[in-house]
Design a protein around this ligand. Structure first.
Ligand code: PMP
Length: 292
């Protein structure tokens, strides 16, 4: 059976959920989105994802057509209507239908849709073995151009990086910023472990302020690790004891090599495994209930 999609205020069958060819989300990538996960009948970190969605919209001067609590409600209703216990939820707000020019003022009504679907889990062996990552030539967007902190529909920068990683046969691509510092991978944030501290690049290095990143930083502090946000280079990754990526869909994924250099022992590290375990405990115990 097909999904029920929340589309501009109504729940409709997926076959009927269609966006206009004049929607600026499609014509120009003018819009914002979120990817959220539901576990065991609850929606994990829903408020945090919505704060980021409203911040992304604010940054591009786009009015989300629902208030925070209305949108939260619409998301819960959409998950419930699809009877999902474990889910991956996509919330999209576009500039709406306009003409063929760029001008967003021509787009009077934003388009808002919510897809609550199933999550396709990553193969188990990537968590056991870890990923081989390469550095891609495409630089992360300048924060002064289209800031990577905005989760916008304009993902070509990341897609270019992903294509290069695919072409090189790597599982992920590491993106550097224009100064040569590490930013993030094409769809995940990056962390390294160095002498009992956890290090991740700051948002100013051209990264999306990941919700999983934030959660991992909280977990790390709770288990007594020092957490530092600082600029790092490839050298810091080559010489790190451990390295892992974080994201809503991927959760916590160990990285075992960068550009052919083995990281640490070449196996997922103890700290990575500990954080992964704590993260999965949180996902099972926290979140906004869908069925109560
Ligand atoms: N960086 C980028 C570029 C992303 O698209 C994502 C989300 N897939 C992340 C980092 C991770 O963010 P989050 O933990 O909020 O999913």
């Amino acid at each position: 059976m097909g999904l029920l999609i929340y589309f501009n205020g109504k729940l409709i069958p997926e076959e009927e959920a269609k966006v206009s060819i004049f929607d600026h989300g499609l014509l120009y990538g003018d819009g914002v989105f979120e990817g959220i996960r539901g576990y065991n009948g609850r929606i994990f970190k829903l408020d945090e994802h919505l704060y980021r969605l409203y911040a992304s919209a604010k940054a591009i001067m786009l009015d989300v057509p629902l208030e925070f609590s209305e949108l939260k409600d619409a998301i819960v209703q959409t998950v419930r209507a699809n009877k999902l216990r474990d889910s991956y939820i996509r919330v999209v707000v576009t500039r709406g239908v306009g003409d063929l020019g760029l001008d967003p003022r021509k787009c009077k009504i934003p388009t808002l849709f919510i897809i609550a679907s199933r999550i396709e889990l990553y193969p188990a062996d990537i968590y056991e073995k870890g990923l081989d990552v390469i550095t891609v030539a495409t630089k992360r967007n300048l924060t002064e151009a289209v800031s990577p902190a905005i989760k916008s529909l304009n993902y070509l920068n990341n897609i270019m990086g992903k294509i290069e990683a695919n072409n090189a046969g790597a599982s992920e691509g590491l993106m550097l910023n224009h100064l040569g510092y590490v930013s993030e991978c094409t769809g995940e944030n990056i962390f390294i472990v160095r002498r009992k501290s956890l290090i991740t690049p700051p948002v100013s290095a051209g990264v999306l302020g990941g919700i999983t990143r934030e959660t991992v930083m909280e977990i790390a502090a709770e288990i007594g690790l020092e957490v530092k946000e600082m600029d790092i280079t490839r050298y810091d990754i080559f010489t790190a004891e451990e390295c892992f990526l974080t994201g809503t869909a991927a959760e916590i994924v160990p990285v075992i090599s960068l550009d052919g250099r083995t990281i640490g022992t070449g196996k997922p590290g103890d700290i990575t495994n500990r954080i992964k375990k704590e993260y999965s405990l949180l996902t099972m115990s926290e979140g906004v209930p869908v069925y109560e």
